[in-house]
Design a protein around this ligand. Sequence first.
Ligand code: CIR
Length: 261
Amino acid sequence: MQFALTREISPAIARCELTHLERVAVDLHRARDQHAAYIERLHAHGRTVIALPADPESPDCVFVEDVAVVTDELAVITRPGAPSRRDEIVPVARALGYFRPLIPIVPPGTLDGGDVLRLGRTVLVGLTPRSNEHGIAQLRAALEPHGYSTHALRVDGCLHLKTAVTAIGDHALLYNPRWIDREALASVSPALAAFELVEVDPEEPFAANVLRLDDTLLVPAAHPRTRARLLARGLTCETVAADELAKAEGALTCCSILFTG
Ligand code: CIR
């Protein structure tokens, strides 16, 4: 069975962490409608959705991706780089504990799941203000016995690695060259050097975060030019409105943890 773990939007989202954006009001009602439509897409693609309730004390709790990294073998429970987000791990760990052995990231490590991009057995991790060398080393140690190789990559100008790059196929990535270096990506491994690298439209810097659901890419409605690039490559795209949570620096991958059970 294919699962998607999600969490409702906190009524305190107005106090969310912000790093690269100016604070503007989030319309909670509209954000919840958009989030419901996103969850509807997960259902439509055959995911059994485990929806956790929001925490009024955790403004960013909807962004579940950041608190766990789930592989077929285990779940790494992160230690989010933003101290305000550390309580978010508790209910997510409890839910994932039914499906996987849990391995926690411990101090002085920090890790946000938004920095972790899994491409088969190759794992890319953004070295960012949220994810440090200790956290990355702990993730590497957890995954290595299961045959994964973990590579740190510098990201500049955006919040997380997956703000800058996500997978659009088994051997293709969508990325923003201003936030992650093409040569750095290609030099991770010979396999990665052979990947097709598709750039976002320069007018849509936030367009690199798309959610891959089997052969379909879920893309934000706000990025039509990048969507046109994907369609021109013969890729199947479905559009969702995600502009309210984008004000909280959240994108599409952030709102779910996908795993098989
Ligand atoms: C934060 O700054 O932590 C939240 N406001 C946004 C987190 C978005 N998560 C993600 O990109 N994985």
